[in-house]
Design a protein around this ligand. Structure first.
Ligand SMILES: [Zn+2]
Length: 441
């Protein structure tokens, strides 16, 4: 049987890891990618790539697939559809499923099931402590052997200093990166918004930004002492970013990601459209309730500066699906989280269109950058990688679209960008060398 092949003609190929940024034809199939092929079989599907970018499949370092146990919000199939329509071909999934991913067999099943079903690739950040209860470390050696790429307790971060140090020692011994949702919950008290004028006017409780950077500063010190690799998930404050920048200058193995929503919105944007200053929680948009919460304008600007100056290693979504009923309980009671797989690239391209960063840097933030965090550079997030069969997405950087629930593939529609017009959209995605998604015009 003939191999299914696609020839993308005339696209701008941007592959930062391979040092490629050129308008050149690309032949893609299950056997691999050929840049500027000298001959093309007749049966290859011809795709007009003129005016578009051909990129390595995107890598998202933080996704909640909700599978197993919470599949009324999302499952591997709907999550994969959402990912592929956003150009994402590899997701690092968080362990807060039911049961929690603290068991080697559960970890191994995540990736093997995605592979067997032909769904977007899944890598696992396993639970740092048993049941993410913050009491006893899980078995890092066994988790690593089962394929885990990282450990984290995400929304239930390790508070105890001694246990955190033990965890980092074990990470170093097993070459795992610790991914921290940095939040001192003794300070934040799980409160629904950051402390700000809007929060006070609406009459709800606020958490100080200090809840994040206090933990980042503690962890950076522990990471340097233990020699472990440490990564800050969805970093959201200027002071946390400064701590990461200083740690990098000292040569520490410290990395960070920022989320599209923290780059775009501030706590003022939590107010529903048309309302000047809120007087009750009903004036606030539950889709803009996430953790860490949307911060101040100064924090947002610092994150954008971090994109431009190289401090930020990756943009990652924290894709967190919740049902309409859950989000409809009122702002204070609604669960934290926004979806993001489908909107990540369009939001990131806003910073290319406004001249903050160039196209190569934007692509790096969602391909080779996250691959470096995972120490998989050369294997992941590049077309010339050892990862065969290859992944690729085609993007029209000028194509405008409005984010509507109808445009989203995720089972849950709690996207904080609903109603926003984005410029830049994925038009096709190849997974394991095969065309896996195509935008219906
Ligand atoms: Zn988190």
């Amino acid at each position: 049987m003939l191999q299914p092949l696609s020839l993308i003609r005339g696209a701008r190929v941007i592959d930062p890891a391979a040092g490629i940024d050129a308008i050149v034809d690309v032949l893609i199939g299950p056997g691999g990618v050929t840049i500027d092929p000298s001959s093309v079989p007749d049966h290859a599907r011809r795709v007009d790539g003129r005016g578009q970018w051909a990129l390595p499949g995107l890598v998202d370092l933080q996704v909640h697939l909700r599978d197993p146990g919470l599949t009324h919000k999302e499952d591997q199939l709907t999550g994969s559809r959402a990912a592929l329509s956003g150009g994402v071909t590899t997701m690092v999934v968080m362990p807060n499923t039911r049961p929690v991913l603290d068991d080697p067999a559960l970890v191994a099943a995540q990736s093997s099931s995605a592979d067997a079903r032909g769904l977007a690739r899944v890598l696992v950040a396993a639970a740092a402590t048993r049941a993410s209860a913050g009491q006893a470390l899980s078995d890092y050696r066994a988790l690593k052997a089962a394929g885990a790429v990282a450990v984290t307790d995400d929304g239930l971060p390790v508070q105890d200093d001694a246990l955190m140090e033990q965890s980092l020692i074990s990470c170093a011994a097993n070459d795992l990166v610790f991914m921290q949702h940095a939040e001192d919950t003794r300070i934040s008290q799980h409160r629904p918004m950051t402390e700000c004028e809007v929060q006070r006017a609406a009459g709800i409780l606020g958490q100080p930004a200090e809840a994040e950077w206090v933990m980042v500063e503690r962890d950076v010190a522990l990471a340097e002492r233990t020699g472990a690799r440490y990564h800050v998930l969805h970093l959201s404050t200027a002071r946390s970013l400064a701590a990461v920048r200083r740690a990098k200058e000292r040569g520490a193995s410290v990395t960070c990601e920022v989320s599209p929503h923290h780059l775009t919105f501030t706590c003022n944007d939590v107010v529903k459209a048309g309302i000047e200053l809120p007087s009750t929680e009903a004036d606030l948009d539950p889709n803009k309730k996430m953790n860490p919460p949307l911060r101040s304008g100064a924090d947002r600007r610092a994150l954008v500066d971090g994109l431009a100056d190289g401090t930020v290693d990756a943009v990652a979504t924290d894709h967190a699906p919740h049902t309409a009923a859950e989000k409809g309980q009122g702002f204070a009671r609604a669960p934290f989280g926004t979806t993001g797989l489908e909107t990540m690239l369009g939001v990131l391209l806003r910073f290319v269109h406004d001249g903050t960063i160039d196209a190569r840097r934007a692509v790096e933030l969602v391909t080779s950058g996250p691959a470096r965090v995972l120490r998989r550079q050369g294997a992941l997030g590049t077309l010339s990688g050892r990862q065969a069969p290859p992944d690729l997405c085609l993007v029209d950087p000028e194509r405008s679209w409005v984010v509507t629930t109808g445009a989203l593939q995720s089972r849950s529609k709690n996207n904080c960008f609903l109603g926003l017009e984005l410029r830049g959209r994925v038009t096709a995605t190849w997974l394991r060398g095969r065309l896996a998604y195509q935008l219906i015009a």
